[in-house]
Design a protein around this ligand. Structure first.
Ligand SMILES: Cc1cc2nc3c(=O)[nH]c(=O)nc-3n(C[C@H](O)[C@H](O)[C@H](O)COP(=O)(O)OP(=O)(O)OC[C@H]3O[C@@H](n4cnc5c(N)ncnc54)[C@H](O)[C@@H]3O)c2cc1C
Length: 600
């Protein structure tokens, strides 16, 4: 093999690839080993295809990665940390990822929101326990939270089915029907709309409203409003964004429905397991292999060429890279018709999203509202340290961060999520030590004040740490090492155009059958054999694996339809492809290879 293991890690997916240059042939090439690219690749390899996955970085994972060489002895998630949506997809079970080393740890409570008035809210998986915590601020809000969750958990359980279906009207309607008819009975959504038109109208009104307005109308306590606004902001759009009510309702209800989890060993252990799964099924992963060009002959893809000049051929290429990278940079000039090229260029990416700072720590933060320091001066682990620590004192505070971003400047006072995951997973730090991960939002990628991110990233990271210090005095003294990723680093290191972790904006005009554009929404492109996957596609960003799952099944469905017979191992997956295309039938019911054309 041409693999050379780097000294500090044991996994082959952190290697440097040193094989000699040569042309190799594959059935399918996947550009990018983000978790969605790997998910697609693993499903297709499992179906019997010879799959190659090429990653530009020295490590697989994209934004689902844990790095061990940044601060010695510490395992740092340099992007995502908490996994929610993937818990509701079939990916983990279908690909048997536990066999490949994935072990999920529950994070419960999952949210802790302290406030300057000395009180706090604790968010548990259990809605009633959460409501009890909210009742300390307002019994009325506690009841409103229960009712809100009752309504939206039912709705979003159905939305999970839509996430794992093609984003066409037929595909989505089919997914809803299939879900609602499960177990032979009408379930939540239909029962609601048939028996409660007023309820349906109220839900539609929520969906079409800005989530800030929904929160203001539903809850009276400023603290409850602050915590929910900050949670609602996690997909990117601000509280005033039109038609964003479902972003809040969905996110909030999925935390309760699906739970919050972390892979043992770090977020990146998901992608390590996916890479192992891919190789187990005969696929190949190559790191340090940035694709420079997608090769196209007579309107069909024929393979890819890397920056080192290596060529790999395949009749089918799936790109996990950002949609604009794929279609504007990797495709040869002139391949796309000018009108489409312009539309791709105009896809809204948003001017940055946020920044991360990862710290190696001597101890945990000692929160003023819930102190755990003992007489020996040690800070003991408490529930607040298990949870994501939501540091955003008021809705007005959050609105100001969005106002700063709109003006093109970093927030004067950032809203911060602090995370101390060693409490859940001691493998992340040497004994007795901790990590502190900070995620802060609304940092513009392009600055309007002439400053450069290289010059200001330490200053901005210090501001984020100061927010934690304000809630947990003395934490700054416990820092042993740090790693900062500015919005520009997110693009340069991770390929996240404009620093957007969702690839493209998650506003309603770019969701479902509009993501990334209506004519590209079914994972296909106008170039025969070229498919898109990843956060640029339905259902968007976040750790879900759903785009990867959907693309794999779109490809399997197309292969079955065009008469490219499935190999023996493909029978089940090909059958699923048909079910996927029809949107109504579950894969396991099929025994025969697919024959029928897909339904759009
Ligand atoms: C800082 C940060 C924190 C986050 N926190 C969370 C969280 O806690 N929970 C959550 O659910 N989500 C979180 N997210 C969002 C989530 O991680 C991403 O939306 C998601 O992982 C995107 O996955 P993907 O596979 O679609 O794309 P990516 O992860 O972007 O993967 C694309 C891959 O393609 C590779 N690539 C690009 N161009 C080429 C090329 N030319 N040749 C070869 N390879 C190429 C890239 O290097 C990358 O590996 C976070 C993201 C970031 C950045």
């Amino acid at each position: 093999m041409g693999w050379q293991f780097s000294s500090n890690v044991a996994s082959p997916y952190f290697c440097r690839y040193t094989a000699p240059m040569q042309t190799e042939n594959y059935d399918i090439i996947v550009i990018g080993a983000g978790h969605n690219g790997l998910t697609s690749a693993a499903y297709l390899a499992k179906a019997g295809y010879n799959v190659l996955c090429l990653e530009r970085r020295h490590i697989v994972g994209g934004a689902v990665v844990t790095e061990t060489d940044l601060v010695e002895g510490f395992r740092l998630d340099t992007c995502s940390s908490y996994h929610v949506v993937i818990n509701g997809t079939p990916v983990i079970a279908d690909l048997e990822l536990e066999k490949f080393g994935l072990e999920y740890l529950d994070v419960d409570p999952w949210g802790f929101a302290p406030f300057p008035n000395g009180n706090y809210i604790m968010f548990y998986r259990d809605v009633d326990r959460t409501a009890e915590s909210i009742a300390r601020f307002s019994p009325r809000d506690a009841a409103a939270y229960r009712a809100f969750m009752r309504r939206w958990m039912r709705f979003n359980e159905t939305m999970m089915a839509v996430f794992c279906a093609p984003p066409t009207p037929g595909g989505m309607a089919g997914a809803v029907l299939r879900h609602e008819l499960k177990d032979g009975r009408w379930r939540s959504l239909f029962r609601e709309s048939l028996t409660g038109p007023a309820e349906t109208a109220a839900m539609l009104r929520t969906i079409f409203s800005p989530y800030g307005k929904v929160i203001e109308e539903t809850f009276e306590s400023e603290e409850v409003r602050a915590a929910l606004s900050w949670l609602g902001a996690q997909s990117g759009p601000g509280p005033d964004e039109p038609v964003s009510g479902e972003l809040l309702a969905m996110q909030q209800s999925l935390y309760h429905l699906l739970g919050v989890r972390r892979p043992k060993g770090g977020s990146g252990m998901l992608t390590q397991a996916l890479a192992r799964c891919l190789e187990h099924h005969g696929g190949t992963v190559k790191v340090n292999q940035a694709v420079r060009r997608i090769l196209v002959e007579n309107g069909r893809v024929s393979g890819v060429e890397t920056v080192t000049g290596d060529r790999y051929s395949a009749p089918l290429v799936i790109s996990n890279a950002h949609v604009q990278t794929t279609l504007l940079k990797l495709l040869p000039e002139g391949t796309l018709r000018p009108g489409l090229r312009k539309r791709v260029k105009n896809i809204k990416v948003a001017n940055g999203f946020g920044m991360t700072v990862r710290y190696a720590m001597d101890r945990l933060p000692n929160y003023t509202v819930l102190p755990t320091r003992n007489e020996m001066g040690e800070v003991l682990a408490g529930e607040q340290h298990r949870a994501m620590q939501l540091l955003c004192p008021s809705p007005g505070y959050l609105r100001q961060t969005y106002a700063d971003a709109r003006a093109g400047r970093p927030p004067e006072k950032p809203a911060v999520i602090a995370m101390t995951p060693v409490v859940v997973d001691p493998t992340l730090a040497p004994p007795g030590k901790q990590v502190l991960y900070i995620w802060a939002q609304t940092h513009p990628f392009r600055l309007s004040n002439g400053e450069d991110w290289t010059d200001i990233k330490q200053r901005e990271a210090d501001k984020c740490l100061q927010v934690v210090e304000d809630f947990a005095p003395g934490i700054k003294e416990a820092v042993l090492g740090q790693y900062i990723k500015s919005p520009v680093d997110l693009e340069e290191i991770g390929g996240l155009v404009g620093g957007n972790l969702m690839h493209i904006d998650m506003s309603i005009g770019q969701m479902f059958m509009f993501r990334p554009l209506p004519e590209l929404a079914n994972y296909r492109t106008p170039v025969k054999g070229l498919y898109l996957t990843g956060a640029s596609t339905h259902p968007g960003g976040g750790v879900s694996g759903a785009p990867g799952y959907n693309t794999a099944h779109r490809v399997l469905s197309d292969l079955a339809r065009t008469g490219n017979e499935p190999r023996p191992g493909l029978v089940k997956a090909g059958a699923f492809g048909l079910g996927f295309g029809l949107g109504l039938l579950a894969s396991k019911k099929y025994k025969q290879p697919p024959r029928a054309p897909e339904t759009e």
